[in-house]
Design a binder for this molecule. Structure first.
Ligand SMILES: *Cc1c(COP(=O)(O)O)cnc(C)c1O
Length: 449
């Protein structure tokens, strides 16, 4: 087995490099034929293994064409970064290490890189220095992690130990969200037992920001969920007045900033998230705007003890002390996410992160300008990397989006914003250029005509 390993890994490396060489020139969505070919992979589990070389061959021949070229320059769906070369390479090396990042004793290097990366990110995002953070699968789990810590902390202040006794019989926790709260905050609230649909909803303005007027009084344990970067418009809530109001009522403030928190990394956009450091917890992603490999979310909480109390697991064979990943996240065994984050940040530096954010925002404005120049309506104020385009009524907009996806020059998905159907454009890839925007605008315009 071991004897064949170098050849197998070189084969994998060559196939991966060839894939990446072609990712910018192929159609962004896979062909129908390639997707239909995936049926081939569903054969009955063979009694005797097919061998690693053959399996790798099948993966590449059948699997590679059925990927979506999101690791390229013209994928504008959801909020999807590509992967920086350093992230990609670090991920390959890290896969060879195959470390379990649960505990320092299991991987000193993973623990160290994770800790350093969390410090760098807190610094880049303008958050308090020295705060603990845990790498999780994505902002969904980061929201759940932070909100679990929030739930336990606000109940502890009201004399209830939710970690020990659960929620049955606990004082009710008031949860406040904005009208344009992200679906995964609701999902996270459901997971941690506070309910998807029992939150008090504050009205939002035309860009999805919570309106900081006529705010209600809050009684008892309370959690206020704010947002940096609305998934449709890119707009962020006005943090200073909302955080002040929440704190006047003794509430914990949680911020969902999956991509929007990164606005802090560029002087051109930092004012949009001014004051966000005053919250108690923050959820963000590295696999979106930072362009690391998947999956890589980050939960940050202002106080190490609160996060640890909510997440720790104790057993006689487990080290209990210190900032161990398994005591800061819902996971025990976990991949070494910090390796790719550290490598990405170290390779591009502080200026590189700022340039990335600024460039994506500039390219989003270029996209919006191109759409307007072609006669189509841009529905949002393009303040960050998100653009919403309408091509007329819902049926027509959906038809244009379908044509754009089939054309393959770029990929954009649909959304509905305040009752109007729109094409969503999210410029989140490190390798997107002016030319990619212009080619995409031209292709979309041709599809719409
Ligand atoms: C993408 C996103 C999430 C969920 O992030 P995942 O990494 O997919 O779990 C949460 N909130 C916002 C605002 C997002 O854009």
């Amino acid at each position: 087995m071991l004897a064949g390993r170098p050849a197998l890994l070189r084969d994998a490396c060559e196939r991966a490099v060839a894939y990446l060489d072609g990712v910018a020139s192929r159609p962004v969505a896979p062909s129908e034929e390639a997707v239909a070919g995936l049926l081939e992979l569903g054969f009955p589990l063979p009694r005797q293994g097919l061998g690693a070389t053959h399996v790798l061959h099948v993966l590449d021949e059948v699997g590679s064409p059925a990927t979506v070229a999101s690791n390229g320059p013209r994928y504008f769906g959801f909020v999807t970064g590509a992967a920086f070369p350093a992230a990609q390479a670090a991920s390959w090396l890290s896969t060879a290490w195959d470390q379990n990042a649960a505990l320092t004793v299991m991987s000193p290097v993973a623990a160290r890189l994770g800790e350093v990366a969390v410090g760098w990110i807190a610094d880049l995002l303008g958050l308090p220095s020295g705060i603990p953070g845990g790498f999780v699968t994505g902002a969904t789990m980061a929201n759940a992690t932070c909100l679990a810590a929030a739930r336990d902390a606000v109940l502890t202040r009201h004399g209830w130990d939710a970690g020990r006794d659960g929620l049955v019989g606990a004082p009710p926790v008031t949860v406040v969200v904005g009208a344009e709260v992200h679906a995964t905050v609701r999902k996270a609230l459901g997971i941690i037992g506070l309910g998807r649909d029992r939150a008090v909803v504050l009205p939002a303005d035309g860009q999805g920001r919570i309106v900081a007027r006529d705010l209600p009084a809050l009684d008892g344990p309370a959690i206020v969920c704010l947002q940096a970067g609305n998934v449709n418009t890119g707009a962020s809530d006005p943090f200073p007045p909302l955080i002040e109001w929440a704190h006047d009522h003794g509430a914990w403030v949680h911020v969902d900033g999956a991509f929007g928190l990164w606005a802090a990394a560029s002087p051109a956009t930092a004012s949009q998230v001014a004051g966000v450091a005053g919250a108690e917890s923050w959820a963000t992603d590295c696999h979106k705007w930072l362009n690391t490999t998947y999956d890589c979310g980050l939960a940050l909480v202002f106080d190490p003890e609160t996060l640890r109390l909510a997440m720790e697991a104790s057993a006689s064979y487990l080290p209990g002390s210190g900032a161990e990943s398994m005591h800061l996240t819902p996971q025990s065994s976990q991949r070494a996410r910090g390796v790719e984050v550290w490598a990405t940040l170290a390779s591009i530096g502080r200026d590189g992160v700022g340039d990335l954010v600024e460039r994506c925002c500039r390219l989003a404005r270029r996209f919006a300008d191109g759409m307007r120049a072609a006669g189509f309506a841009v529905l949002n104020d393009v303040v960050l990397n998100q653009v919403l385009v309408s091509f007329g009524d819902a049926a027509r907009t959906d038809a244009v989006i379908a044509a754009v996806q089939a054309d393959g020059t770029c990929w954009c998905g649909p959304t509905t914003w305040h009752g109007q159907r729109a094409m969503r454009v999210s410029v989140s890839s490190w390798c997107t250029t002016d030319d990619d925007i212009d080619r995409s605008v031209a292709a979309i315009t041709a599809c719409a005509r």
